[in-house]
Design a protein around this ligand. Sequence first.
Ligand code: ADP
Ligand code: ZN
Ligand code: ZN
Length: 752
Amino acid sequence: MYAEVIVDIASEQVDRVFTYRVPDAFSSMLFQGSRVRVPFGFREKEGFIIRLKETADYDESRIKDIIAPLENYPALLPQLMELAQEIKSKTHCPLCEALRLMLPAQMRGGRVKVKTETCLQLNFPPEMVEEAIDKQGRAASRKVILTALADGGIHPLEEIRALVKNVRPPLDYLIEKELVRSFEREVLRAPESVRDVKPVEDPPLTEEQEEVLLELKSAVRKRAGKNTYLLHGVTGSGKTEVFVRLTREVLSLGRDVILLVPEIVLTPQMIRYFRSRFGDDMAVLHSRLTPGERFDEWRRIRLGQARIVIGARSAVFAPVRNLGAVIVDEEHEQTYLSDHFPQYDAREMALSRVKREGGVLLLSSATPSIYSYAMARRGDYVLLEMPHRVHERPMPHVNIVDMRHELQMGNRGMFSKLLLDRLKSCIESGQQAMLFINRRGYAPFVNCRKCGESIKCPQCDVSMTLHATDHMLHCHYCGYSMSMPGECPSCGSEYIRACGVGTQKVEEEIKKIFPDVGIIRMDVDTTKGRNAHFDLLSRFRARQAQILIGTQMIAKGLDFPNVTLVGAVLADLTLNLPDYRSPERAYQLLVQVAGRAGRGDVPGEVVIQTYKPEHYAIAAAAQQDYRAFFNEEFARRRKDLYPPFTRMARILLEGESAEKVLHCAEKMRDEMAQFLQVKPMLKKRLFFMRADYAPIQRIQNRFRAHVLTKLLNHPDTDRLLEKMQQLVQENNEKTGESGVNAALEIDPASLA
Ligand code: ADP
Ligand code: ZN
Ligand code: ZN
């Protein structure tokens, strides 16, 4: 027998199958999808068996033998191999890179191993143990060992070691006399967040939940017709319970469920919710697991011991055999777009899987992405709605504070009078508050404190960004730059400031005002440790602090019944991000943060501080009126030619030298221009193309530049994308020379 093998080397040149002979000794252990060790050149490499075949199509004598299987089961399921093919054809990556997505990273190169422990058991019927103990005479430690094993069960050596000092000599004696047998047993490393969760009974469903489930349940049974559902449910409408009941239904049909959650922050809560209903039948996959935990969870799924998978975006590749549903919670989150090459959209992968393997895709959000809602409106997805909170809990009351008025009243601080008043009474009544400020690693935007306008690019209608390096304002879209104006272009006032507040500053100020109140801050800096998120949130839940200050990390999904006040310290930070999606992000974030308030018995209140209360994203968020927001935003995208009407694509270049990356970008732009010169029709589909430094010029000491393009959303433009991909490949094949790495990004989550 022969095997077609993809060797695990990410290079264009070896991106094809190689034929190897299957030695007889392994013929019953090797399947399509098995990983093997093979000779390659003068070395040994890992590879994936793509296909087994009876005959070889070329010279017998030149075919080498497979050295050994890496596992005794095929690591790749056929449906995931097909998915990898699809990723390859979409992103033009070598197949092995797409196949790698399907496995825990550490499995490659054998960097993670099955963990075992030594176990002991009596080697004779337990009824005779008394007799055996008597025979040991004065050997007390042997007696202790036998007594501990007297129940006839299996006991880890560690347990016995705790009972007997220097356990080895007496144990070795008992083993030698064949009274005790010792053997290795595999242990599974369980992630911490799933330990100690008590079972909970299903609550009776609300009417809205009932209706939505009726439709979903019939969909999983049908296995035909529309298979994508968009659940638009307000915050606190009980979407999680819908996921639980849908999961139950799918399991009852003997099929498996994948539940994707956007970020690690949400995962602990979701995991506990599911764990309390399904016990061991679930596995978790996310980046904060240790390699060993990840490997073990993956194997539990692969070997059919866990039929529910909860995880971050890469869990869409979980090796469940009989997929019945993929649920995507907070489907609007950009974390579903991967930021590593090969890039994929987990939602798109999920859809591709359910189409191929059967089952339904359920996208869920209180603030659906413009794209998904547009699909639902067009009838491509089925729209399900839950417009009310569980138990008729009211939606929180949202106040908008116009910070321009605060300035006029002489308040130059970062908190309005209203927010401070509400905070005081919240604290006095013993409840909890959350303060949200979305300060990310961006250079600050500049706005006028009198009229509230931010300084915009005259060509792009996105906010200009102040660069500390040259004190100039830059447009991150088109590269336009200008010096900081002396007065506001809109109203002539001189109160133009760079807004640069962040979580740390908020914490400082709050400490001054409320010196005795416990505060927890959550941002990238305070959550570096592996369990830091979990610990901070547990402390807040246990009411060890009354105020939680954080970035978007605290905006989503969290369910703290004692939080009655939520403050958005400066909503404009999101609104003014240099990205065409900033209104969408701002709307989503504000609705999500507001949704954290009033989830318990006491109604919630929200204070949004802004310089632009009239902006449609802020006004709609205050009303929690998604449809109003969608209509405005969709119309704007159409008018200004943004996705989904167009596509944004760029070649991102990274390297150690600033000049080289920029030079490289310029060269690629010129080559593209040349290519288009002879294709006038194609040229018409291109709205603009720029070579420039990327908005974030340097990450981890690597400089970044890009060739940014905006294309018409039209089949023709694929040819342009292919050209870009070709430039990327040519560049990467000689990376050694320039030290510049290139990657093609199509509609990426961030254009930073
Ligand atoms: P969402 O994800 O829609 O914002 P959650 O799923 O977090 O909302 O639900 C909000 C709260 O309502 C949670 O505390 C949840 O336990 C509770 N809940 C959901 N469904 C029910 C139900 N049918 N009966 C009682 N409580 C429910
Ligand atoms: Zn102004
Ligand atoms: Zn511009």
